[in-house]
Design a protein around this ligand. Structure first.
Ligand code: PEP
Ligand code: MG
Length: 758
């Protein structure tokens, strides 16, 4: 019998948001976290220990159940006591009779004598060890295996919130950052389009050292009181609340707690005290706030961790909002609204924040066009150009910049003609209503053969275009996006809600959900993978999930539960052998059995598919087709792995050739195997929407193509020009060739015949 039911929402975003809002100081926040966890786990004690870099000790910072005077007094070295061992060895410790364990370190003076059972989970975010959360109970053998899983999930969710709290409680000195090189007389820079669109606006470089609040705010004649300061805090909190709510509504699947560090700053008693003290000492309130914010930001900026350095930018944003709310004057120079943002690199959650601040476009100085940030920007409709030109970092604020993310250009201070031409071309290209006119009721070739046109969904926001452009289903749902953008693992419950929206949004059409495809260039900022020399050949995708069954099962159960009454297809990425697929299949059946036992409604007959994207599968494709319920061809990775060309590396981009004879022959084999075993095969890599590749795929017998929604209208149109007999002829000619250049020649010659316009 279950002592506790964990099937309800354990610790959702709204509960956390409420928690952060209700706490008036950081210490309170930690305290409330312990109370919340003790409540969820139904145990007497929950304590948070944070690691203090300066002393090298774990310090008790909050507790529910132990004596409060123990806070800040109980200190442990890593490795000392069960808590210290959990921290040092980064592992969960569950003891039914902790007092019998030789590692147990007992503090009678804090009221610890009564507690027998102990469960300690390290708090880790990315590669950073933050501390340990410990729960204890008077009862022996109290914590179950299921409790351990739940507790770990809660801890993972809270890691980044606690991390920010720890930093604010324990900030350090600033170190100077290197200066960027100068841009001399450049008007135009060629880069690559990461997400199509056009944006024109004043630039802002996302480098917190350039936006020193003290340089922008002057005292002025008007005096502000302490009371005014407190009112400004309330107003700012409401404003941030509203922003969080807006983003939760418009980007439900990835919203997370993206403004948590902002709100925590407003709650920080040290911050409030410093400002109040300064005002009382006679400093003008505006200057007092600006100086204290700068002090905090500079201490954060000194920390050698990119993620944490970015929090300095959050703190400045809070300071700006606070000053605007105090003075009633908005300082355009410091707001990002309507601007073109230039950044060296960005975390997905920061891109989301910028989006919610209504920026116009983005110029990124690192990363590749198939990277996750580009995919995210595409789904957000945020024009993005990627250029490797560090000089842009020294662009003065407010400099006029035109981002032509259709062609991949960045124009500096462009003339009127360039601007007009760029925008006119763009309007014709992008308007959803215009594009809709090119979408047909049925997708058919010239000779009347039906082709299934499906959509790739990255964010739920893509659904609108998918429906407008008549997608016949989802060929690929990249489920990793909600995981990548958040600061923590979404719980099973949160995932259920996201997947339900996806299934309902597609109005009963078939949906193929791919399990988590992380690793490679898609990393989770809150998960420590350890260092990998070759992450693309490392612990990616299905390999990661098989090594982390708790994450795998939570996702599978969420899919099965969400799909009650829907047609569900589950797709496994990066499968390298049939054995791996069979292991995954066994886990799916275990999840179904567990849900059935708990009488939880679900779809217990999902189709299970294999993503063919590793060359290893080509040689055994017959067996693969026999084993799987359906196949999906991931040409993006298939090309990368067949040709040993990193798909994110610009230097070898010219070697990334979809029409390489080896690639085409491999696809032919997959198509044949699928036909022989009567299994559905869908191509969901970029080849599926490439006008030059489509005739080849159709000529090989493939009848199902999945692509980002915006390509659907074009493909609908192109199909009208394709005659299958001619497409088959082209395939025969092309497969007889062994040289890339010859194949290219044949394809180019067939462009007019197959309605290829580019
Ligand atoms: C692919 O590899 O072709 C694919 C569709 O998956 P992703 O681009 O997400 O790796
Ligand atoms: Mg892939």
């Amino acid at each position: 019998m279950f002592r506790r039911t964990h099937t309800k929402l354990i610790c959702d975003v709204s509960e956390l948001t409420a928690l952060i809002h209700s706490a008036s100081r950081l210490e309170d926040l930690l305290q409330r976290i312990t109370e919340m966890i003790a409540g969820h786990m139904e145990c007497e004690v929950c304590s948070v220990y944070l690691f203090d870099d300066a002393s090298g000790q774990l310090i008790l910072k909050a507790t529910k159940g132990l004596k409060l005077q123990a806070i800040d007094t109980v200190r442990l070295k890593p490795g000392e006591g069960l808590t210290g061992v959990a921290f040092q060895e980064k592992r969960t410790i569950c003891e039914g009779q902790a007092d019998k364990n030789p590692n147990y370190r007992f503090f009678p003076e804090i009221g610890e004598e009564n507690f027998s059972s102990l469960l300690a989970v390290p708090i880790i975010r990315g590669a950073t060890d933050i501390g340990v959360i410990v729960v204890q109970s008077v009862k022996r053998d109290y914590f179950t295996k299921e409790d351990t899983q739940v507790f770990r999930a809660i801890t993972a969710q809270l890691a980044s919130t606690i991390e920010t709290a720890r930093l604010l409680l324990n900030v350090k000195d600033r170190r100077d950052k290197p200066k960027a090189s100068n841009l001399t007389g450049l008007k135009f820079i060629k880069g690559k389009s990461g997400a199509e669109g056009v944006a024109y606006g004043p630039s802002v470089v996302l480098d917190e050292s350039l936006t020193d609040l003290t340089a922008y705010y002057q005292a002025g004649d008007k005096q502000y009181t302490e009371e005014d300061f407190h009112q400004a805090i309330d107003k700012t909190e409401n404003e941030l609340n509203q922003l969080q709510q807006d983003i939760e509504e418009s980007l439900y699947d990835v919203a997370g707690l993206i403004f948590s560090s902002h709100i925590m700053m407003l709650k920080d008693q040290q911050f409030i005290d410093e400002v109040v003290k300064s005002i009382r000492e006679g400093e003008h309130a505006v200057i007092a706030i600006a100086k204290v914010v700068e002090g905090f930001a500079s201490r954060l900026a000194a920390i050698q961790d990119d993620y944490l350095r970015e929090r300095a930018a959050d703190i400045k944003d809070v300071g700006r909002r606070l000053l605007e709310n105090l003075t009633g004057k908005s300082l355009n120079a410091l707001s990002h609204e309507g601007k073109v943002v230039i950044a060296k690199e960005l975390f997905p959650s920061d891109a989301l924040k910028l989006y919610s601040q209504k920026i116009k476009g983005l110029v990124l100085l690192s990363g590749g066009v198939t990277g996750h940030l580009a995919i995210l920007a595409r789904s957000l409709n945020l024009p993005l150009v990627i250029v490797h030109e560090m000089g842009l970092l020294s662009l003065p604020p407010g400099y006029p910049v035109l981002v032509d993310a259709v062609m991949g250009y960045v124009h500096l201070d462009p003339d009127e003609v360039t601007r007009q031409q760029t925008f006119t071309r763009e309007e014709v290209n992008r308007d959803i209503e215009t594009l809709k006119k090119y979408t047909l009721e049925e997708a058919k070739t010239q000779d009347g053969t039906g082709v299934k046109l499906l959509v790739n969904i990255n964010l739920l926001g893509d659904l609108k275009a998918a429906i407008a452009f008549n997608a016949q289903g989802v060929g690929l749902y990249r489920s990793e996006f909600p995981f990548m953008i958040r600061n923590n693992f979404p719980t099973e419950e949160e995932q259920v809600l996201i997947y339900q929206r996806l299934l309902e949004g597609m109005k009963g059409k078939p949906v193929t959900m791919r399990t988590l495809d992380i690793g490679g260039d898609k990393l989770l900022s809150y998960f420590d993978y350890g260092r990998e020399e070759n992450p693309f050949l490392g612990l990616r995708s299905i390999r990661f999930l098989l090594m982390h069954p708790e994450i795998f099962c939570a996702q599978l159960k969420a899919m099965l539960r969400a799909a009650k009454g829907h047609n569900l297809k589950i797709l496994f990425p990066m499968v390298s052998s049939i054995d791996e697929f069979l292991q995954a299949k066994t886990i799916v059946h275990e999840c179904i059995a567990e849900l059935a036992k708990a009488r939880i409604p679900m779809n217990d007959k999902p189709q299970l598919g294999i993503m063919v994207e590793l060359p290893a599968l080509i040689e055994v494709i017959d067996d693969v087709a026999k084993e799987a319920d359906f196949l999906a061809l991931g040409t993006n990775d298939l090309i990368q792995y067949m040709l040993a060309v990193d798909r994110t590396n610009d230097k070898v981009a010219s070697l990334y050739v979809p029409h390489h004879p080896a690639v085409l022959r491999a696809i032919q084999k997959v198509a044949k195997a699928a036909q022989e075993h009567k299994k559905e095969l869908c191509v969901c890599g970029d080849m599926a929407r490439d006008p030059k590749c489509i005739p080849l795929l159709l000529g090989m017998g493939i009848r199902s193509l999945s692509m980002d929604a915006r390509f659907l209208p074009n493909v609908h149109q192109q199909l009208k020009h394709i005659n299958l007999a001619e497409a088959r002829r082209l395939v025969t000619d092309v497969l007889a060739q062994s040289q890339i250049t010859r194949i290219q020649h044949l394809i180019n010659n067939s462009c007019i015949l197959f309605g290829v316009t580019e």
